[in-house]
Design a protein around this ligand. Structure first.
Ligand SMILES: [Zn+2]
Length: 433
């Protein structure tokens, strides 16, 4: 009997030790501009409105209130968000104003980010995006700046701030993958090329997809593809975007014929978000050390919504959704890994009825925005609409954004209605406690 008790105690003890000593990991996936409307559009087009996105299968979900502060008077709110403010809030738990990278509104005090804290504690870290690597979302985890567009030296907007690319490299993030060949050609304070600066810091600088796919595990990587943002995987039929619906000479409406989206030929040779996700996971995975913090951004959901291109948004959404599955498969296989999927803010996409008409006459005053007709898989028409303005840059919207999660204890406040600033504390408690 005593022998059995000793054995049981030993087994329990060793289990406990293994649990405590295992690395703890967080994979945070941010769909930039991924409001419920962008998700609904994608679901309608690809799955005829059925709940067949991978994220639809995630059991724990909540809804996030998005708001930011005003720069001139931070006691006042702005009831929409943008990527710099949103990522700052997720990375630091503090709200800020438009365009700030992990600094406070008005006063510009640097806010410590979860990635910086993770590095201090010996965690591996990674940042992946389909935008330029210095874009607001990744930047807010590994830089501090007044203006999100202070990408590199020579950007007039920098003022006193060190350019974001130099700050990010000096953080020694283990893996960074995104767009921005232009960054590599910029120079640092001493006239040294940024590509050389990265090499001097121990990075393998990669610009070819094949090299990225065959990278040995654990390589400290700066992977840069495309001159600026990466091209989208999909484009509209013959490259078209949503348009103000025109009238023919006889006054009748010229509806665009509903079409399927096309593969964007410019994406050829560019790694997919899934491929970048797999590479980043290989780089930050280690049996030793406390674990890792990895942020993966699907950036083009937002950027294509800005220019009223529903197919670009849908292609980016589906790539993001497949990357979420990769993160979840990893978490289930390795254990001790939490996954959070959320967005920084919504964008202006709407799924609407076919434009209202009277006697075949379209009143543009009642239908002022941009319209595109897409064809779902079973041949239903998906009516996509952008109505925040008629210029070339659609607005963000103040809708709640979803949050999906995995790997947290039941009592962790990450389901139901939450505030964007709550996400930081949840991640911090998981990783560091
Ligand atoms: Zn945007």
């Amino acid at each position: 009997m005593r022998f059995i008790i000793v054995m049981v105690t030993l087994i329990l003890c060793s289990c406990g030790l293994t649990e405590n000593n295992s690395p703890k990991n967080i994979i945070l996936l941010i769909g930039d501009g991924m409001g419920e409307a962008e998700i609904a559009l994608t679901r309608a087009y690809e799955y005829d409105g059925d709940p067949d996105l991978f994220v639809d299968s995630m059991q724990n979900r909540g809804s996030v209130i998005v708001k930011q502060l005003r720069e001139k008077d931070p006691s006042k709110f702005q009831f929409t968000g943008e990527s710099a403010g949103g990522a700052t809030t997720i990375a630091t738990g503090q709200r800020t104003s438009d365009g700030r990278i992990s600094t406070t509104a008005k006063y510009g005090v640097a806010l410590k980010t979860i990635l910086e804290e993770a590095i201090e504690k010996g965690f591996k870290t990674g940042l992946v995006t389909t935008a330029i690597i210095t874009d607001a979302t990744p930047a807010a985890f590994a830089a501090h700046a007044t203006n999100r567009y202070c990408f590199m030296r020579g950007d007039a907007i920098c003022g006193e701030d060190t350019p974001i690319i130099e700050q990010m490299l000096n953080h020694n993030v283990d893996v960074m993958i995104g767009g921005g060949l232009e960054l590599l050609k910029a120079k640092d304070q001493n006239g040294r090329l940024i590509s050389q600066m990265a090499t001097d810091l121990g990075y393998q600088v990669i610009t070819e997809r094949e090299t990225l796919l065959n990278l040995p595990k654990g390589t400290k990587t700066l992977g840069i593809f495309a001159e600026h943002h990466m091209p989208t995987e999909w484009q509209g039929y013959q490259g078209r975007s949503a348009q103000v619906v025109p009238l023919g000479d006889d006054g009748r409406i010229l509806y665009p014929k509903a079409q399927r989206c096309e593969i964007n030929p410019e994406h050829q040779g560019i790694p997919s978000l899934e491929e970048m996700t797999v590479t980043a996971l290989n780089t930050v995975t280690s049996d030793q050390g406390p674990g890792f913090f990895l942020m993966i951004e699907g950036a083009l959901i937002d950027k294509q919504a800005h220019i009223a291109k529903p197919c670009g948004t849908i292609g980016a959404m589906l790539a993001f959704d497949r990357s979420v599955k990769i993160a979840m498969d990893y978490a289930k296989k390795h254990g001790n890994t939490a996954v959070i999927v959320t967005a920084d803010h919504g964008t202006s996409t709407q799924v609407i009825y076919r434009p209202e008409v009277k006697d075949d006459q379209l009143d543009h005053d009642n239908m002022p925005g941009k319209y595109e007709a897409l064809l779902s898989r079973n041949g239903s028409i998906v009516n996509a609409y952008y109505g925040t303005n008629n210029a070339d840059d659609q607005s963000h919207t103040g809708v709640n954004v979803p949050i999906y999660s995995y790997g947290f204890a039941k009592d962790v406040p990450i389901t139901g209605l939450i505030e964007q600033s709550d996400i930081y504390a949840v991640m911090k408690n998981f990783l560091f406690n």
